[in-house]
Design a protein around this ligand. Structure first.
Ligand SMILES: *Cc1c(COP(=O)(O)O)cnc(C)c1O
Length: 235
């Protein structure tokens, strides 16, 4: 059910209940995984209206994920409460100026894009938190750095003073069996270690969506990006 009326208390109760349930599942998965990390719930509000953003923020969520720059800009302009906006989708180089308005840019998948973002962040006078998007499963349909290009990327990023490389973002194949999920998420964790060895603090691992977030948390995710499990399916 799409959420249309932000003043509808029933909707708020429902969203609050879903947030609470998801937090509980995250807590249990964290314990099972044994990485003892803290996990940030990023509510993905793409294709949802402002009422959905308000409801999830009232339910205590401080992190909002959007995958299109323009849709996010409209919501940011209309939404004044202090939340962190995460750009989670693929970023085109001609949108880097707008990308500097986000708290975190998750999808940095090439040195050229990083360079364009560095220039934009410098112009805007900000230091931007970014994540290297990796594609460890080698799926051709997904963007992301391959495992073998990560070291060169990490070395390159040392030259960009306006970007803070906070870690790694990845997406697993949809409906993959658990063994594949663990290989993808564990692979992303290994890539983060590579970046740490290059001197980046890289404390974060952004991985896990509605269908696979518990496995991702067991494998060490610090940020899960959840849409469907909070809002229902996107229409
Ligand atoms: C849409 C999207 C999500 C959320 O997906 P759900 O399966 O609805 O939880 C997470 N990450 C990215 C990059 C997305 O585009």
């Amino acid at each position: 059910m799409p959420i249309s009326d932000p003043t509808d208390d029933r909707v708020d109760v429902e969203i609050s209940a879903r947030v609470a349930e998801v937090r509980q599942r995250i807590a249990v998965a964290t314990k099972r995984g044994g990485h003892e990390q803290s996990v940030t719930l990023v509510a993905v509000t793409k294709n949802q209206d402002l009422g959905a953003v308000r409801a999830v923020v009232r339910a205590g969520v401080d992190d909002i994920g959007e995958n299109r720059v323009q849709e996010a800009e409209r919501k940011m302009a209309a939404f004044t409460e202090p939340v962190r906006w995460h750009l989670i989708g693929h970023l085109q180089r001609n949108k880097v100026n707008a990308a500097t308005k986000f708290s975190v840019v998750h999808g940095v998948d090439s040195a050229r894009l990083a360079e364009a973002l560095q220039e934009a962040a410098k112009r805007a006078g900000v230091t931007l938190d970014v994540l290297a998007q990796v594609n460890v499963s080698g799926e051709v349909t997904k963007s992301g750095l391959s495992g073998s290009s990560v070291t060169a990327f990490g070395e390159h990023l040392r030259n960009f003073p306006n970007l803070r490389l906070m870690g790694v973002m990845t997406m697993a194949p949809l409906d993959a069996p658990e063994g594949v999920l663990r290989a993808v998420f564990g692979g992303a964790r290994a890539v983060r270690s590579q970046l740490q060895q290059l001197g980046h603090p890289a404390p974060w691992l952004s991985m896990g969506m509605s269908g696979d977030f518990e496995v991702a948390v067991e494998e060490g995710a610090t940020h899960v990006r959840l849409g469907t499990v909070l809002f229902g399916s996107r229409t």
